[in-house]
Design a protein around this ligand. Structure first.
Ligand SMILES: [Zn+2]
Length: 197
């Protein structure tokens, strides 16, 4: 076989450089020739075509109150964020849905102290009113699964420094997030993609 199935990629994850593989479906190339994933899925290196692509794993969808959803933060304002729902209860959705995340009730803090655009989050569906899905990350166990640097777009790592709990290894920015208990836990991501035994 010319195809070789490898790891799971998240949006923004570096896959290879252009000299190694060309950018296929579910990927894009940055100005410096690095190929990134643009969707969550299985990474396939097609050696015959010298191309890398990312296959999204999908499931039928029907979102209900109480569902635990996997989402990507798309837009951020002071009190609310628009989140693209990618999966629910451990399975990826066939069609992405849009949800709204609000600041913690009674909190005066800006939502940007807890999430940022590009972050992958675990959230709970709290209400669905006229098709508008509201989600929350304020319970323990919910929150940011993977943080993306709002300065340079790199994937941040977990740290403990003063009030900060995430760090960008590329531009060295420290920031804060409302984290899940298992930040960047690969097992959790794999289970979301239905790949655990
Ligand atoms: Zn950065």
């Amino acid at each position: 076989m010319v195809e070789e199935k490898q790891q799971i990629a998240l949006p923004g994850e570096k896959l290879c450089v252009l000299e190694e593989f060309l950018s296929g479906k579910g990927t894009k190339t940055s100005v410096d020739g690095t190929v990134f994933a643009t969707v969550i899925g299985r990474v396939v290196f097609d050696r015959k075509r010298r191309e890398v692509h990312v296959e999204a794993v999908k499931e039928p969808d029907n979102i209900a109150v109480g569902d635990i959803v996997l989402g990507e933060v798309k837009e951020l304002q002071t009190r609310s964020a628009v989140v693209k729902i990618l999966g629910k209860n451990g399975k990826l959705l066939k069609h992405h849905r849009t949800a709204v995340l609000l600041t913690k009730q009674g909190s005066k803090e800006s939502l940007g102290r807890h999430v940022s655009v590009g972050d992958v989050i675990l959230a709970k569906v709290t209400s669905i009113i006229s098709g508008l899905i509201n989600i929350s990350i304020w319970e323990p166990g919910l929150g940011v699964l993977q943080a993306v640097c709002d300065n340079c777009g790199s994937i941040m790592t977990c740290v403990k420094k003063d009030k900060y709990n995430v760090y960008c290894p590329k531009c060295r920015k420290f920031d804060t997030r409302k984290m899940v208990n298992h930040y960047g836990n690969e097992k959790k991501l794999l289970s979301w993609l239905g790949l655990t035994s």
